[in-house]
Design a protein around this ligand. Structure first.
Ligand code: ZN
Length: 401
């Protein structure tokens, strides 16, 4: 059967708007809208009827009277011509005649939303009432139509096209800033905005504070969230922040997830401070997230420690520990064993029993216990054959080894 014969069969039974009829043949013809397809098919059918009616075919006239209602607007004028009356069209059985308006209204609303969210690109998701999908499927299978597309597809594509042609926003299939989900036919919009992933550093120029679960942290997070107009911020990769250890020098490398940020174009680098805690965001890039997946990665830390020992420390002992390289250290906390490497140590004697050391260790090793030997199988105290404790420490760097 030809397209117009098939369509005639469909339209005799079901009222369809141009879009919904055209969509049943969406894969035929190229670079046309379904609206154009539907209208063209209807016009051909109308011309056939017109020919028969002009040739005096009474049956055709009666048939036309019924089918005109199912065709809608396109048959209005011919209907008037023959019946001297206004056509009262039936609403489209699939979309209830709402699809065209829906696409226009939804596009405008989404543009508003995208403006509000200050994103650059987007992706459209569509939810359609199952009853609408069922009706569409029913017609497709009843008339064995193979070249159609789903109403979901059409809504998605048409809204995407409309937004792109009337705003600066671009569709991005792989990494959209925001996924906007529209529901049809009852228009509602939900959005899922992509988190920003930031790379930066954490420093702390005071003692007695920590960024782990403190009020100072909450305040600092709030300051950052406000700047990005974000709902939440998650700090990754700060394994530990000892309260009385400053974090200076290069600081701790930091990865941060900024959730549902509406302000996405901040000049970088930018620095945030609260109570001596300092976070600098260097750059934003999705790819930093992959650092988080790599759990195997060994982080190392460089500490500067001022160490006080009960007995005098000899130059010989200093020389011995200064030659230590890659020594395995085992620590036990609450029955949990921690294994890591003391990679390098460099000490200077300040007075008889006071030394200052630069210590490079794996992140999982706790520095104070490494020095005093508490919960530590090997320690600086043990290596110096002395009782030593860390009286002041600074973390100078924490980065992947
Ligand atoms: Zn329709």
């Amino acid at each position: 059967m030809s397209i117009s014969e098939t369509s005639l069969g469909i339209l005799k039974k079901y009222p369809l708007c141009n879009r919904c009829l055209g969509r049943l043949f969406a894969k035929l013809g190229y670079a046309w809208s379904n609206e154009e397809r539907g209208e063209s098919i209807k016009k051909i059918i109308l011309m056939e009827y017109h020919r028969k009616i002009r040739d005096g075919d009474e049956n055709a006239l009666n048939e036309f009277k019924l089918i005109a209602k199912n065709m809608g607007k396109v048959s209005e004028e011919i209907y008037k011509l023959y019946f001297k009356d206004n056509l009262e069209p039936n609403n489209c059985i699939i979309c209830n005649g709402k699809l065209n308006d829906f696409i226009n209204t939804a596009s405008l609303k989404i543009i508003e939303e995208l403006n509000r969210m200050k994103v650059k690109n987007f992706l459209i998701g569509v939810r359609v009432d199952p009853k609408v999908l069922e009706m569409e499927d029913k017609i497709r299978s009843e008339f064995k139509l193979e070249y159609g597309e789903s109403i979901k597809n059409e809504i998605k594509r048409e809204i995407g096209k409309k937004i792109q042609s009337s705003s600066q926003f671009k569709v991005d299939f792989s990494k959209p800033d925001i996924v906007v989900e529209v529901a049809f036919p009852k228009l509602s919009i939900r959005n899922q905005i992509r988190s920003l992933i930031a790379l930066g550093t954490y420093k702390k120029i005071v003692r007695g504070e920590s960024i782990k679960k403190s009020d100072a942290e909450k305040k600092l997070i709030n300051i950052i969230a406000n700047k990005f107009n974000a709902e939440d911020i998650i700090l990754y990769s700060i394994a530990r922040d000892e309260k009385d250890t400053r974090v200076i020098g290069e600081g701790i490398h930091l990865i941060m997830e900024i959730k549902r940020a509406k302000e996405r174009n901040i000049d970088l680098p930018t620095t945030f401070t609260n109570k001596g805690l300092i976070i600098t965001i260097e750059s934003l890039n999705e790819k930093y997230k992959s650092y988080l997946d790599n759990k195997e990665k060994i982080m190392n830390r460089i500490y500067r420690c001022l160490i006080y020992c009960e007995n005098d420390v000899s130059e010989d002992n200093i020389n011995i520990i200064n030659q230590i390289r890659n020594k395995m250290i085992e620590q036990n906390f609450n029955g949990k064993k921690r294994l890591g490497t003391l990679r390098e140590i460099k000490c200077n004697k300040i007075s008889n029993n006071l030394i200052e050391c630069l210590i490079l260790i794996d992140e999982q090793i706790y520095i104070k216990e490494l020095i005093n030997g508490n919960k530590s199988l090997s320690s600086i105290s043990f290596l110096l054959n002395n009782n030593c404790s860390c009286i002041e420490s600074d973390l100078l760097s924490s980065s992947p080894f």
